[in-house]
Design a protein around this ligand. Structure first.
Ligand SMILES: [Fe+2]
Length: 136
């Protein structure tokens, strides 16, 4: 039953993910698509190369989107930018750890990554990033 729910899991874009900034929303749509692709490739056992490329794409997404977010937050005078930047750094460092592990897959790694990304969406995207809406 657990495997079934893992296999059927898929993120869909919803308005609740919007931070009200078009460019960031577009990047976050891409982010959700990458998570879905990563999840699918891992559970299908499509090999470490594909998983590694998707994790690299997640890092590229993070580099681009987080830089944009941080400039945007500064421009609207958002508080706690330092803490927010630390969150972003933590995401990228965690992805790099996962990337290293993807070269030597082990049982449970897909769930470790999905658990992290799900908690990122719930704790950062839906909470911390939403502070744009409050600030602007
Ligand atoms: Fe953020």
């Amino acid at each position: 039953m657990l495997c079934y729910s893992i296999i059927m899991f898929r993120f869909q874009w919803e308005e609740k993910y919007s931070v009200g900034v078009k460019d960031i929303d577009e990047n976050n749509k891409h982010f959700l698509m990458l998570i879905n692709d990563l999840h699918l490739s891992m559970i299908q056992g499509k090999g470490k190369i594909k998983s590694s490329k998707i994790i690299q794409s997640l890092i590229e997404y993070a580099d681009t989107t987080f830089s944009f977010e941080e400039r945007y937050m500064s421009s609207v005078g958002m508080q706690d930018i330092k803490v927010h930047k630390e969150d972003h750094t933590y995401f990228i460092e965690t992805m790099k750890v996962f990337l290293a592990k993807a070269d030597n897959p082990r049982l449970g790694l897909p769930m470790d990554i999905m658990r992290f990304l799900k908690s990122w969406i719930e704790g950062h995207l839906l909470v911390e990033d939403k502070k744009y809406l409050i600030t602007k």
